[in-house]
Design a protein around this ligand. Structure first.
Ligand code: NAD
Length: 289
């Protein structure tokens, strides 16, 4: 069994991003910038935002965090996003989810300029990604694809079972795998007999948020298991959705939690941010030509 080491690969990608940022600064005179919107005081969201800011700083990306109170109105968030859309120092805008219940998440995500949508959640980018066109790809499934690639795992022709079908994890994961010519089965809360689907899979990608959802009996011998889930146990320990101890004995590759998909998500966000900065530079150059 081989561990899909997301931590090691993310460190490699972060180093590449860092040198690309230096290159952009030296050759084009631009510093990529990321603005993060954090609404409310959810400790998990604050921790994720903190990690993202820290990674930006280490890579030389300019980053700002707009912290807003839980009670802020939707109109006020829209107003701030409109300002960020116009701000030439900001290449990427990210709204940390989940948002408070009184805020319409879709309306907020659709208010981000598609060319600054480094999370790839805007319908424009989702549509282009689905069509297999150039777009911003959501960082978590993008990170999974990079992790598979690093270990020479080609999903083409493989039976892949994606467990979880959210707009930010499961659905884009299934789309990317389908675009990579896998035969994809997407399972969710309404799926009857989950095991029937997972047992048939050469690759299982699970992102649900349920401890021990995937057990040894649900995995075929030699399968590749990618655990996207993040769950915090009462003792503070972070675990995924897979019973790692037992499943790892049966599969050929497995991603651990922590140290698997999580660090890849951060790395791909940085990749998306420099991509946005490069596209901005290209647009400006064309305008000036
Ligand atoms: P979500 O709650 O929006 O979606 C959960 C999905 O799981 C839904 O499609 C639901 O139908 C499905 N589901 C729920 N119970 C199920 C069950 N018993 N069997 C099969 N499917 C079931 O969550 P999300 O935002 O997609 O996040 C999913 C998990 O991924 C969470 O643990 C989250 O913390 C984690 N996550 C990790 C990263 C990372 O970087 N590793 C990034 C984002 C989310």
């Amino acid at each position: 069994m081989t561990i899909l080491d997301g931590k090691a690969l993310s460190n490699k990608i972060k180093e590449e991003v860092k040198s690309e940022v230096q290159d952009l600064q030296m050759k084009k005179g631009i510093t990529p910038g990321l603005a993060v919107v954090l609404v409310g005081a959810d400790p998990a969201s604050a921790a994720y935002v903190n990690m993202k800011s820290k990674a930006c700083k280490q890579a030389g990306i300019y980053s700002i965090v707009h912290e807003m109170p839980e009670t802020i109105s939707q109109d006020k968030i829209l107003e701030i996003l409109a300002m960020m859309n116009k701000n030439p120092n900001i290449d990427g805008i990210l709204v940390q989810l989940p948002l408070p219940k009184h805020v319409d998440t879709t309306a907020i995500l659709e208010a981000i300029a598609p060319e600054k949508d480094v999370d790839g959640f805007h319908a424009y980018n989702t549509g282009r990604m689905t069509l297999g066109l150039e777009s911003f790809v959501p960082a978590t499934p993008y990170g999974v694809m990079q992790l598979l690639k690093e270990y020479d795992i080609n999903p083409e022709g493989k039976n892949v079972c994606v467990v979880g079908a959210s707009n930010i994890v499961g659905k884009p994961m299934s789309t990317l795998l389908l675009n990579a010519n896998a035969t994809v089965t997407t399972c969710h809360i309404y799926t009857k007999n989950l095991k029937e689907h997972t047992k048939n899979a050469d690759i299982i990608c699970v992102g649900v948020g349920k401890v021990n959802l995937i057990t040894e009996d649900m995995v075929k011998e030699g399968a590749i298991v990618v655990d996207i889930g993040i769950n915090r146990l009462e003792n503070g320990k972070l675990v995924g959705d897979v019973d790692f101890e037992n499943v790892s004995k049966k599969c050929s590759y497995i991603s651990p939690v922590p140290g698997g998909v999580g660090p890849m998500t951060i790395a791909m966000l940085l990749v998306n941010t420099i991509k946005a900065a490069k596209l901005r530079e290209e647009r400006e150059r064309k305008l000036n030509d």
